[in-house]
Design a protein around this ligand. Structure first.
Ligand code: ZN
Ligand code: ZN
Length: 258
């Protein structure tokens, strides 16, 4: 089965990324993806977009070139009582949220602190995916965090760029996380974490890891748009209704043949 969605990509709105929305749409269509997401950094990152970036995403098309796009944010986990830098108001504009640790925002400390902060982010109810939890700079109590994610219906991200270009040394942590998600019978999101459109949808290394450990394919929520939108429906996200017609057309074999 092909992996048809991507839940993590950055645009020029975060200045350490280099592609526009239209470049992403075109690249996703060229690659035969069904759906991708733009998830620029939350306001606490030094080069994040102004909060208005998130509030105005309604001007973006839902579908171009047959491909659907989700409006997301990669929020920062904070070392403070605010927990994440995406409040209820901001999240009301989003189809979903990722929460991740980033060094400029959360100075790495120790397992106990990271675990507590990751679980607090999950418990906000405002995010649907825990981003790149295999970052070796942020060791966590993996089992405790995954149990919390499962209790709150939050996916564990297996971030392809953690294997190929970012967060050096992530691989053994990511494998430990993947094995633990399997053992605890929970679910993952595979993503590219693209910072340029050429890599949108590239999750080949993550998929190979999933295969290698016999991780159940049906617990990869991002495999198909039906599955991903079904998951967002469990979170009551209105985008599911907005894309229902597109999804019905997209599923039809005549469209797939194009
Ligand atoms: Zn990140
Ligand atoms: Zn990212």
């Amino acid at each position: 089965m092909r992996h048809l969605t991507d839940t993590h990509a950055h645009t020029v709105a975060s200045t350490h990324a280099y592609s526009t929305v239209d470049e992403y749409f075109r690249a996703a269509a060229d690659k035969g993806l069904a759906l991708f997401s733009i998830t620029d950094h939350g306001p606490e990152m030094p080069d994040s977009p102004h909060p208005w970036h998130f509030g105005n995403m309604r001007v973006l098309p839902r579908v171009r070139y047959g491909v659907a796009m989700l409006r997301g944010i990669e929020a920062n986990i904070l070392p403070s009582d605010r927990v994440i830098d995406a409040n209820e108001l901001l999240m009301s504009f989003m189809d979903f949220g990722i929460a991740s640790f980033h060094e400029p925002v959360f100075p790495p400390t120790d397992v106990k602190t990271h675990t507590k902060a990751a679980i607090a982010a999950i418990e906000t109810g405002r995010i649907q995916i825990l981003g790149h939890p295999g970052n070796p700079n942020y060791p966590i109590d993996i089992e405790e965090v995954i149990r919390a994610a499962r209790d709150h219906n939050v996916l564990i991200e297996i971030n392809n760029s953690s294997f190929v270009s970012s967060r050096l040394g992530s691989e053994p942590f990511c494998m430990d996380i993947l094995e633990t998600v399997k053992r605890l019978d929970w679910k993952v999101a595979l993503s590219s974490d693209s910072h340029v459109h050429y890599t949108v949808g590239d999750v080949d290394v993550s998929l190979a890891k999933v295969d290698a450990i016999g991780f159940p394919e049906e617990q990869v929520v991002t495999m198909t748009p039906e599955r991903l939108l079904g998951f967002l429906a469990e979170h009551g996200k209105p985008v599911v209704d907005e894309l229902a017609e597109w999804l019905a057309d997209w599923q039809s074999p005549s469209i797939i043949e194009l």
